[in-house]
Design a protein around this ligand. Structure first.
Ligand SMILES: Nc1ncnc2c1ncn2[C@@H]1O[C@H](COP(=O)(O)OP(=O)(O)OP(=O)(O)O)[C@@H](O)[C@H]1O
Ligand SMILES: Nc1ncnc2c1ncn2[C@@H]1O[C@H](COP(=O)(O)OP(=O)(O)OP(=O)(O)O)[C@@H](O)[C@H]1O
Ligand SMILES: [Mg+2]
Ligand SMILES: [Mg+2]
Lengths: 227, 227
């Protein structure tokens, strides 16, 4: 489902260049559960943004479901993002002026789902992450871990075929993290592809495959043996 | 240095009330190193905001260095915050339009330190967290863990006598987390009081005392034995 060939990403800052990705090659098939780890600044989020069609590489190819993403129009990319991909951002990216419920409903509006269906699915997603009692709170009326869970619920509500989650448990206590990982595992058992970035070994153990980034490239890519 | 007596915090949302803190009593002495843990939504950040004089309790008393904070003027609170307390926010709270260096320098401006001193201390703090090469990056040109480290550097640069850190390693890989905890430990050895919120047991083990929150109150408060 995902194939990247020699992906690079270079940011230009004046006459200084920052190479965030230095040639990333990976194949991920439908139904896989991949955990990505690596030092702070090693390129994980940059790579996730490319996988999620939110950013384009400087060079190299990204082929998603057999289609080269570089050849997609803006509209085709937006369509794939709203229908096929659920993205949990490292910084949550919630809209500050709307409630948790409205934040979770938002991506479904691009799918053209009717109001009562969006409402029902959003409540179901908030219930799954333990937040139905906070559905009417705005992000600044929620704790850090609650905001993170709203971001997770938002990625689940569209029933995507692939979930890209960037540090989804970074602000959660162990018990809540275990509940969230159980959700991801259940979705993966149903055939949904999951790629998640984490810096915790305990979380990476839930995945079936572990990939390690360093200085913008993959230095390790192996199956998880104990599971 | 810190004494709280029956602190409560209630948020009113229409005719519904959310009790974030339900009677928190704690004494913390100068030079202590306290780790606060507890489930998502249990009141940790709300409590930290009160300790940092950023928010007031609904009832109860907060006595900081023998002075009841409720009787301080706005200016006296701002003075204490800029001179005595270094705060690392769970959401970083960096200014998006200025560089890492300027973000770190900002609290020192309230201390009236001259420009070259602020500049030197800010670079020193960024060096301590491994980010001197990124001093001119704005927050959106930094990775999640780099933003977190800028927030930490900002709290250190004013040379405070107390550091309040809300999940300072939530976005950091293990190696970087260990480096950050070494900094906190070194500062604590110099006599600086540290209160840090974490949801990771490994991180809590660096502290000398562990406090656990549940449903807005402290349910456990004990010394760390293995150290
Ligand atoms: N402005 C607000 N209005 C209403 N409720 C609020 C507001 N701010 C926080 N809360 C609620 O207060 C409770 C405690 O929040 P707090 O941020 O202190 O939790 P926390 O322990 O830091 O959680 P986390 O580990 O997720 O960061 C939460 O249930 C939250 O929904
Ligand atoms: N817009 C930008 N301009 C310049 N440099 C950037 C920009 N965005 C990211 N970078 C740099 O690219 C590198 C990789 O960033 P990325 O966010 O992918 O790291 P990461 O592996 O997700 O780190 P973390 O674990 O801290 O979240 C970092 O060194 C960062 O400073
Ligand atoms: Mg990242
Ligand atoms: Mg919090």
């Amino acid at each position: 489902i995902i194939k990247t060939v020699d992906i690079t990403k270079v940011y230009g800052m004046g006459d200084i260049q920052v190479a965030a990705l230095n040639g990333v090659n990976i194949d991920i098939h439908q139904g896989e559960f991949v955990a990505i780890m690596g030092a702070s600044g090693s390129g994980k989020s940059t790579f996730m943004n490319i996988l999620g069609c939110l950013d384009a590489p400087t060079s190299g190819d990204y082929i998603l479901e057999s289609i080269p993403v570089a050849r997609m129009t803006k509209n085709e990319k937006a369509k794939i993002r709203s229908q096929k991909i659920g993205f949990v951002f490292q910084g949550f990216n919630l809209l500050s002026r709307t409630s948790a419920l409205e934040n979770v409903e938002l991506p479904m509006m691009y799918q053209g789902l009717p109001g009562h269906v969006r409402h029902e699915r959003a409540l179901e997603a908030l219930r799954a992450v333990g937040l139905e009692k906070r559905y009417d709170h705005k992000p600044n009326e929620l704790s850090g871990g609650q905001q993170q869970r709203v971001a997770i619920a938002r990625a689940l509500a569209t029933h995507p075929s692939m979930i890209l989650a960037d540090e989804p448990t970074g602000n959660l206590d162990s018990k809540t993290s275990i509940e969230i990982m159980a959700i991801f595992q259940r979705l993966n058992d149903q055939g949904i592809t999951i790629v998640l970035v984490t810096h915790e070994n305990d979380i990476a153990q839930y995945a079936k495959r572990n990939v390690v980034f360093r200085d913008g490239r993959i230095i390790k890519d192996m199956m998880v043996t104990t599971r």
